[in-house]
Design a binder for this molecule. Structure first.
Ligand SMILES: C[S@@+](CC[C@H](N)C(=O)[O-])C[C@H]1O[C@@H](n2cnc3c(N)ncnc32)[C@H](O)[C@@H]1O
Length: 197
């Protein structure tokens, strides 16, 4: 390959990467737009991966429970996004089983792609309200306040005794958490709420 061909190739790769970036940005703006214009969509929290101290707390607390258990535990992330929390935990604990439910098709596809080699993770593309939570010992989630009342009802209905729920930033209305772990996070993204069933 001569130099001018090499330069042309670099330019084309650059153009391709920029197009991908623009596409991602357009998709993100479209998502935000739908949040304002579509009532059903407003009930569905946008994709934002867990971050900061709350993420660490959920990983640490879940890890402690998993490390302590001699029997196989079932961990669910309803609204798993691209699998941020599940991947970290599943790699650390191959003896336990992890399930993510993700409503958005593209996000679920990315989660599947990221987890394709991790045997103990299953990603289900569906509305979490169509799936049962009754087989799980631990539920970890990062949703959005408007969804929490309905989510709380589902937990009450589905969870078997002993199930522990860690909710990043958002609380179940009218339900006293077993514990509220405070952090100095930003805006509403602050505390971790623990519920026991
Ligand atoms: C804030 S993100 C959290 C992602 C991940 N749990 C984490 O902590 O990194 C919330 C995710 O929940 C998904 N979601 C919202 N409503 C849902 C529903 N009813 N069923 C399944 N997934 C849902 C959204 O598509 C989004 O990807």
């Amino acid at each position: 390959m001569n130099i001018s061909n090499g330069v042309a190739m670099i330019i084309w790769v650059g153009i391709f990467l920029n197009l991908l970036l623009i596409l991602a940005l357009v998709y993100f703006i479209y998502d935000i737009f739908r949040l304002f214009t579509n009532a059903e969509f407003r009930q569905c929290p946008p994709y934002v991966p867990s971050f900061g101290r709350q993420k660490d707390i959920i990983i640490e607390r879940t890890s402690a429970l998993l490390a302590d258990s001699s029997k196989q535990m079932q961990v669910l992330d309803p609204g798993c996004g691209t699998g941020t929390l599940l991947i970290k935990l599943a790699k650390k604990f191959p003896e336990h089983r992890f399930v993510g439910i993700e409503w958005r098709k593209t996000t679920a596809a990315i989660a599947r792609l990221r987890t394709r080699k991790i045997k103990n993770i299953e990603i289900i593309q569906d509305d979490m309200f169509n799936q049962s939570f009754s087989n799980f010992n631990i539920i970890i989630c990062f949703l959005m306040q408007p969804l929490m009342a309905r989510f709380g009802e589902k937990l009450k209905q589905d969870c078997k005794p002993g199930t522990i729920v860690f909710s990043n930033s958002f609380y179940i209305p009218d339900e006293e958490p077993a514990e509220k772990i405070e952090t100095d996070g930003v805006y509403k993204f602050k505390d971790v709420y623990v519920y026991r069933y």
